[in-house]
Design a protein around this ligand. Structure first.
Ligand SMILES: NC(=O)c1ccc[n+]([C@@H]2O[C@H](COP(=O)([O-])OP(=O)(O)OC[C@H]3O[C@@H](n4cnc5c(N)ncnc54)[C@H](O)[C@@H]3O)[C@@H](O)[C@H]2O)c1
Length: 176
């Protein structure tokens, strides 16, 4: 079983931390939010998900899950570091990676190789996502162009249009 570090104990990081712990791994979960860490140490999640509180308390009882605000200490001995900080959208729709960069810098102060791997993986994921979204949007544009000028209120057209809209939404959300 591995020693893991989670950076960011929000919606994604906390659930990962609990799940990895219950699978038998040793997990050090870290966050810059001292109030959130204090709450998690006491077994109280900072947000609601069905069953989350019970799962957190079960994970804490194993003694393999610890929480702290000391990101460097958590990352120092870890075999793998999961960066789960927020990536909010800017007004123009682009992704704000400032939190990811800040977390990578902190981890980079203790292990020179880790941030490069994190950045490379992130860039590859982003490129892959953008490529798939671009392909999907091009296909949908072609389909809509083919529909143009035709009677568009029949059930078949409405269904095709609905499917096209769903695929745009999925492409934007990265679910394609
Ligand atoms: N929430 C979802 O359902 C969901 C689904 C798919 C993907 N994601 C992605 O997962 C990532 C995390 O999302 P989330 O919803 O868990 O975010 P969140 O806002 O719930 O949690 C982020 C946490 O990171 C902490 N943080 C910020 N900077 C930090 C730093 N430098 N060091 C340590 N901790 C730091 C914050 O205090 C916060 O607790 C994002 O990229 C998001 O797009 C989220």
């Amino acid at each position: 079983m591995a020693r893991l570090c989670i950076v960011g104990t929000g919606h994604v990081g906390l659930v990962y931390a609990i799940a990895f712990t219950l699978q038998g791994h040793e997990v050090h979960a870290t966050d810059v939010d001292a109030k959130a860490i204090a709450s998690l140490q006491k077994g109280t999640p900072t947000f609601y998900e069905p069953g989350l509180k019970k799962a957190l308390q079960k994970a804490l009882r194993t003694k393999r899950l610890t929480f702290s605000t000391d990101v460097k200490a958590g990352a120092r001995d870890a075999e793998a570091i999961f960066t789960c900080v927020g990536t909010p959208s800017r007004e123009d729709g682009s992704i704000d990676l400032a939190y990811v960069e800040a977390a990578a810098r902190t981890v980079g102060e203790i292990e020179a190789g880790a941030p490069a791997r994190i950045t490379a993986a992130l860039a590859a994921l982003r490129e892959d996502h953008l490529r798939r979204a671009r392909d999907e949007i091009a296909t949908i544009e072609a389909e809509l162009a083919a529909l143009e000028g035709r009677e568009a209120d029949g059930p078949a057209e409405r269904e095709r249009f609905g499917q096209a809209v769903e695929r745009v939404v999925s492409a934007v959300l990265g679910e394609t």
